[in-house]
Design a protein. Structure first.
Length: 175
């Protein structure tokens, strides 16, 4: 009886370790998407935004409207071009309170912080909650659904700091 119980425990531990290893691998691959997302904002390059989003994208902005991939990317093209013309810089960062994935889909929720600096050094900081679904297209993770809201401007630095960093994997890979 003890041998059977020990064998079952060993199998469960091995299975759990395998799931954690796959989860960690998925998180690392998904983080490549987020790294490119950051790069798109830093370089004001809408083409990078286009590459990391699925052409089947569903974008829900502020809980007020739904747009498709083409509209979303064209909006970023205009926004980024205007920012370049106005010598505006953008830096965005994400912190997470939920990261769930399997081999083909991921759900990620958290808080974003967007900092815009105008040419006169005026700095504006914006916060909001986001919920993103990513799907694998072939072997590449793509953003399939992107929802964000500033919750009537109730999200701030305190919320941002409560969430976990992009490479804070332990929260999402341990039991």
């Amino acid at each position: 009886m003890f041998k059977k119980l020990s064998l079952v425990l060993l199998l469960l531990i091995g299975f759990t370790n395998q799931i954690n290893a796959q989860n960690l691998n998925n998180l690392k691959q998904i983080n490549e998407v987020w790294d490119r997302f950051y790069q798109a904002f830093d370089s004001l390059d809408h083409r990078l935004m286009a590459e990391i989003h699925s052409k089947k994208l569903i974008r829900i902005s502020g809980g007020k409207r739904i747009i498709d991939y083409d509209t979303y990317i064209n909006n970023y093209k205009t926004t980024f071009e205007n920012a370049k013309n106005d010598s505006l810089t953008n830096t965005i960062s994400l912190r997470f309170f939920e990261r769930i994935n399997n081999d083909s889909i991921a759900s990620e929720r958290g808080i974003y912080k967007l900092v815009r600096i105008k040419s006169n050094s005026t700095k504006q900081t914006y916060y909001g909650k986001f919920h993103v679904l990513l799907k694998k297209e072939g072997d590449i993770w793509k953003i399939f659904m992107d929802y964000d809201s500033n919750e009537a401007n109730s999200i701030g630095q305190k919320d941002y700091l409560k969430a976990f960093g992009l490479y804070d994997f332990d929260k999402y890979t341990s039991n």
